[in-house]
Design a protein around this ligand. Structure first.
Ligand SMILES: *Cc1c(COP(=O)(O)O)cnc(C)c1O
Length: 461
C-alpha cells in the first residue's frame, strides 16, 4: 500500500471509529480528527529532505495549528516553534518548547513582547526599521542570549492567492529590499550591529510556486553574503528561509514534497547547504493539512430551486477560508452514512452547507456526492492546518472537540475495498486521545462577557 493509500485507510477507519465511539453524536455534531501517524510521517519527511551539511532548526508555524498537544508532538519529533504573538508564545511554552528552539516573528511586536523574548533568549526577526531601533535599546540595556535578525521582503512577486503572498512590492512584511536605498541601508544596519547574526525571509504560502519561493531564498542568501563581505567576517550565521510549502488539496497525493523543495533550493542557491550557514525553516500548513479531517453530521437535507442541499454542522466556524474565499480554498468532501461507513450511490450535485446564518455558508457548491440523508456524515479533508485549529466564533457556535487518532499496526487489509455489511474489527483498533475538549456552553457564555460583567452596561448611565 502506498503512503497515501494507508493514510486514507486510516482516515476511513477513524471516521467509522469516531461514530462508534460517540466522539461525534447528535449533541456534538462536529469534530476535528488528527492522524498522529500522518503528522509524524510529515515531520520525518521534512527532516530527511533537509538532512545535509548544514545544522537546521525546523520551527513549526504555530498559527497553522495552535493546539498545545500538537506542538508537544512536533517538539517530540524534533521541531521548534515559530510564534507571532504573545498567545502563540504562551502555547509554545505550555508545550515545553525551549526558548532556544523558539522564533518570534510578527509585524506588530510590542515593547513588552520584545523585552520578554530577549530576556528569555528567544530568537527574534525584526520586521522593520523602527523595530530594529527598539532592539537597539533593548540590547544596550541588558545582555541577551537571543539570536537576532531582520526580515527582508525580497519583492519578487506574489503567487495565485494575494492574501498569502508576502513578497509583493507593497507587502506589509519585512524591510522591502528593492526599494530605493534599502539594500545599502540593510548592509549598513548589519555592519553597525555585530549582534545581528540572522537574516529572514518568508515569501509566501499556499499558491506560491516553488521557484518563486526559491528565488526569495536566493535573494536573502545573496544579501547575507554581501553583508558578510562588507564586514569581512561571517557575521550572518543563520538564514531563516520561512515556510510556505503549498499543499495539494485535490487528492491524497503529497505534492510538492519537502524533497522537491530542498532539491530546488540546492539547485537555485548552491551555497545554502554547504555548511557555512545554519538554517531555520518555518513550515506550517504542509506539516499538518493532510492529517486533519473535519467530521460533521448532516442535520437536514432539503432542496431549493432544484438544488439539493445538505445542511451540516461544518461551516464557516471550522472552514472559514473555504467559505469566504471558495475559489482559493476548495476542499474535498467525502460522504459517510449514519454509522460512519463510506456512502455509496450515484453521485448527484449537492450543496454542502454549514450551520451559520448567512447564505454564503457553504463548504461545497454543486458537488457530486452520493445522495446525503439526515444523520449521515460529511468529512472535509486536508483540514489539519488553519481549519479546526483556527475557530471562527460566528453565531456563537462552540469550538468543536479535536481528537488525535492512531490505528494499531498489523491489521489485514481484507476490508480495504468496498464497505462490507459485516462489522469489521478495524475501528476497534483505532485509539483516540483528546487534543482539545469541545467548548461547553458555560465556557462560551463566560468568554462572551457573561459572569460578573453581565449587568455592566445597564449600570452605566
Ligand atoms: C504563516 C507563516 C509561516 C508558515 O506558512 P505556511 O504556509 O503555513 O507554511 C512561516 N513563517 C511566517 C513568518 C509566517 O507568517
Amino acid at each position: 500500500m502506498s503512503a497515501e493509500e494507508s493514510a486514507s485507510t486510516r482516515r476511513r477507519d477513524a471516521v467509522r471509529a469516531a461514530v462508534r465511539a460517540g466522539i461525534i453524536d447528535a449533541d456534538r455534531p462536529v469534530v476535528g480528527l488528527l492522524d498522529v501517524r500522518g503528522v509524524r510521517d510529515a515531520v520525518a519527511a521534512l527532516h530527511a529532505a533537509f538532512d545535509g551539511a548544514a545544522p537546521v532548526l525546523h520551527a513549526f508555524a504555530v498559527k497553522a495549528a495552535s493546539l498545545v498537544p500538537v506542538l508537544r508532538l512536533l517538539a517530540d519529533e524534533g521541531m521548534g516553534c515559530e510564534v507571532a504573538s504573545a498567545g502563540e508564545l504562551a502555547l509554545a511554552r505550555a508545550a515545553g518548547v525551549p526558548p532556544s528552539r523558539t522564533v518570534l516573528d510578527s509585524p506588530a511586536k510590542t515593547h513588552a513582547e520584545l523585552r520578554e523574548a530577549l530576556a528569555r533568549g528567544i530568537a527574534v526577526n525584526a520586521d522593520n526599521r523602527e523595530e530594529l531601533a527598539r532592539l537597539d535599546a533593548l540590547v544596550r540595556s541588558a545582555p541577551t542570549g537571543s539570536v537576532l535578525g531582520v526580515r527582508v521582503n525580497p519583492q519578487i512577486g506574489g503567487g495565485s492567492i494575494g492574501a498569502m503572498s508576502t513578497a509583493t512590492d507593497t507587502s506589509k512584511f519585512g524591510v522591502a529590499l528593492r526599494d530605493e536605498g534599502a539594500r545599502a541601508w540593510l548592509v549598513r544596519a548589519y555592519a553597525e550591529r555585530p549582534w545581528l547574526t540572522r537574516m529572514h525571509a518568508h515569501v509566501g504560502s499556499q499558491g506560491c510556486p516553488l521557484p518563486l519561493m526559491a528565488e526569495g531564498v536566493r535573494a536573502t542568501y545573496e544579501l547575507a553574503e554581501e553583508v558578510n563581505r562588507a564586514v569581512g567576517r561571517r557575521q550572518v550565521r543563520t538564514l531563516d528561509i520561512g515556510g510556505g510549502l503549498p499543499v495539494n488539496f485535490a487528492s491524497d497525493v503529497v505534492t510538492p514534497t519537502y524533497r522537491d523543495y530542498a532539491r530546488l533550493l540546492a539547485a537555485t542557491v548552491p551555497g545554502l547547504f554547504d555548511g557555512r550557514y545554519g538554517l531555520v525553516t518555518e513550515f506550517g500548513r504542509s506539516l499538518l493539512a493532510k492529517s486533519g479531517t473535519v467530521l460533521a453530521r448532516v442535520e437536514y437535507t432539503k432542496s431549493a430551486g432544484g438544488r439539493r442541499i445538505a445542511v451540516t454542522h461544518a461551516g464557516a466556524q471550522v472552514a472559514t477560508r473555504t467559505v469566504f474565499a471558495p475559489a482559493s480554498w476548495p476542499l474535498r468532501v467525502l460522504a459517510f452514512d449514519a454509522r460512519g461507513r463510506p456512502k455509496t450511490g450515484d453521485p448527484v450535485p449537492q450543496d454542502v452547507a454549514g450551520p451559520c446564518c448567512f447564505a454564503g455558508d457553504l463548504v461545497a457548491v454543486e458537488r457530486p456526492l452520493p445522495p446525503l440523508e439526515t444523520g449521515d456524515h460529511v468529512a472535509l479533508l486536508d483540514t489539519g492546518a488553519y481549519y479546526f485549529s483556527n475557530h471562527f466564533q460566528y453565531n456563537s457556535l462552540p469550538r468543536p472537540g479535536v481528537y488525535g487518532y492512531a490505528c494499531a499496526e498489523g491489521r489485514s487489509d481484507a476490508e480495504g475495498g468496498s464497505p462490507s455489511t459485516e462489522e469489521p474489527a478495524t475501528e476497534d483498533r483505532v485509539r483516540f486521545v483528546p487534543v482539545r475538549r469541545p467548548q461547553s456552553l458555560d465556557e462560551l457564555v463566560e468568554e462572551s462577557g457573561g459572569g460578573p460583567h453581565t449587568g455592566g452596561l445597564s449600570a452605566l448611565r
